[in-house]
Ligand binder design. Structure first.
Ligand code: PLP
Length: 460
């Protein structure tokens, strides 16, 4: 009887969804006929359940954000408590609230160097648009009105508000709907070694330095980079790369924005991604892991140079979101950071990343088409290639990454793939930071079975 009821509910909700919802990053036509793939109902730890009580391992922390795992009652309690006292108050017009003030102070203590001042947003895209605007505004205040352009990288993902969309170096997102921002320039190279000063590097003409030389530093406000590119396919910069970008920005008097929306708050086994390479950006975009997805929150953290200049401005700052500094979201953010610290989740991400790495080594030895594994804490990915030894990709008709992800789904593991460039078949794994060794082993054994099933089905 119970099963019938939940099946009835699933089918009712599926019909309503098809009729009334357009889903982000889904195929509308397919969705309008098939409906939602899973209707989630609850979560606990690294697991989530659908309405029919089918359990899945959340192998990518939903959208790389549920860092403390699902079902943390403490976070629900703190939201309930704050909502009961005062659910919402504005931070416009100089109004304040305690959770926003305390969270800003906490963030300033966690972030490296003199990143001491926060502007709150409701998510990552808003954070990046805010970082672009504040960078340009900083230069205006300094008397450099022409310094407006923002340089981003190929395969960077920075969100979907118009400027963040244009900074995103994935064509489908970047060009969607023809929306534009003429001041965003996408460098054609992705994370390569050409910033390290090698003008003979084959990708030199597309790298950040060559874009600066072409546009003129007097036109450029900032460079934005993810410490590790996430949605572009989990690309880890070569050693020395981010230091070279930092030096480049200093050389040409350009601000450096680090997009820590995925990396921030422990994902990579350091509190922030930039710490792996010992650099401090001028501005840092944060979101996702700040609340582990339990509430919508983002922010831009500024260094003293930028913040002090803005603090000298003696007129209204015409920028802000209704939910900038939302008290409930900030209270959840504070409790979430407390959990990350109390449970030692940054260290656990590092340790479990090493376990994942071991598992990847096993998979690489066993499956010839599994290649280029990378794990930095619990931000991990690998490529699938028909013949990695001589660099032959799978034919696009094989849909290698999509097929492996589907095989995992059939076995109760949710992971993600990226195949937006010809020959690209990347799979990402990024479980919640609370994961334990045995659970990593389960993920590896499901991946193993999934790849065996894929290799038996594919026409070699
Ligand atoms: N920046 C990075 C690095 C991201 O991965 C994302 C989202 O995945 C964003 C920005 C955009 O964040 P949001 O979807 O919260 O707007």
């Amino acid at each position: 009887q119970l099963l019938t009821n939940t099946e009835g509910l699933t089918s009712e909700l599926s019909d309503l969804d098809k009729k009334h919802l357009i889903h982000p990053v889904a195929v509308p036509k397919h969705h309008a006929s098939k409906g939602p793939k899973i209707i989630f109902s609850k979560g606990d730890g690294i697991n989530v359940k659908d309405l029919n009580e089918h359990t899945y391992i959340d192998g990518v922390s939903m959208l790389w954000n549920v860092n403390v795992g699902h079902g943390k009652k403490e976070l629900a309690d703190v939201a309930h408590h704050q909502m009961s006292k005062m659910a919402y108050s504005s931070t416009f017009y100089g109004y304040g609230n305690e959770p926003a003030i305390r969270l800003a102070e906490k963030i300033s203590r966690l972030t490296p160097g003199d990143l001491n001042t926060v502007f709150f947003t409701s998510g990552g895209s808003e954070s990046n648009d805010t970082a672009f605007k504040l960078s340009r505004f900083y230069w205006q205040l300094k008397g450099f009105k022409d310094k407006r352009k923002i340089i981003s990288l190929r395969r960077g993902y920075h969100g979907v508000t118009v400027s963040a969309q244009r900074a995103t170096g994935i064509d489908a997102f970047r060009n969607f709907s023809g929306s534009t921002d003429p001041d965003i320039v996408n460098a054609k190279a992705h994370l390569t070694e050409c910033e390290l000063g090698d003008k003979t590097h084959p990708e030199y003409s597309g790298c950040i330095r060559s874009v600066i030389e072409e546009l003129g530093a007097d036109k450029i406000a900032a460079v934005i980079v993810e410490p590790i590119q996430g949605a572009g396919g989990v690309h880890v910069p070569p050693e020395g790369y981010l230091k070279a970008v930092r030096a480049l920005c200093d050389e040409f008097n350009i601000l450096l924005i680090a997009d820590e929306v995925i990396c921030g708050f422990g994902r990579t086994g350091e509190m922030f991604g930039v710490s792996h390479w010992d650099i401090t950006p001028d501005l840092m975009s944060i979101a996702k892991g700040i609340t582990s997805g339990y509430a919508q929150l983002g922010g831009v953290v500024m260094n003293d140079r930028v913040a002090d200049t803005i603090k000298e401005y003696n007129d209204i700052l015409p920028h802000g979101f209704t939910y900038s500094g939302h008290p409930t979201a900030c209270a959840v953010g504070l409790k979430n950071i407390e959990i990350v610290e109390r449970e030692g989740l940054v260290k656990n991400a590092y340790k479990m990343g090493k376990e994942l790495e071991k598992g990847f080594t096993y998979l690489e030895e066993k499956h010839e088409f599994f290649t280029n594994p990378r794990t930095v804490g619990l931000l991990a990915g690998f490529d699938l290639m028909k013949d990695p030894v001589v660099n032959i990709p799978f034919d696009s008709s094989v849909q290698a990454a999509v097929s492996v992800v589907e095989e995992c789904y059939q076995r109760g593991l949710l992971i993600r793939c990226f195949d937006f460039e010809p020959g690209m078949n990347i799979v990402a794994v990024a479980p919640p930071l609370i994961i334990q060794k045995q659970e990593i082993e389960t993920i590896i054994s499901i991946l193993d079975e999934a790849m065996t099933a894929f290799s038996q089905k594919v026409k070699w």
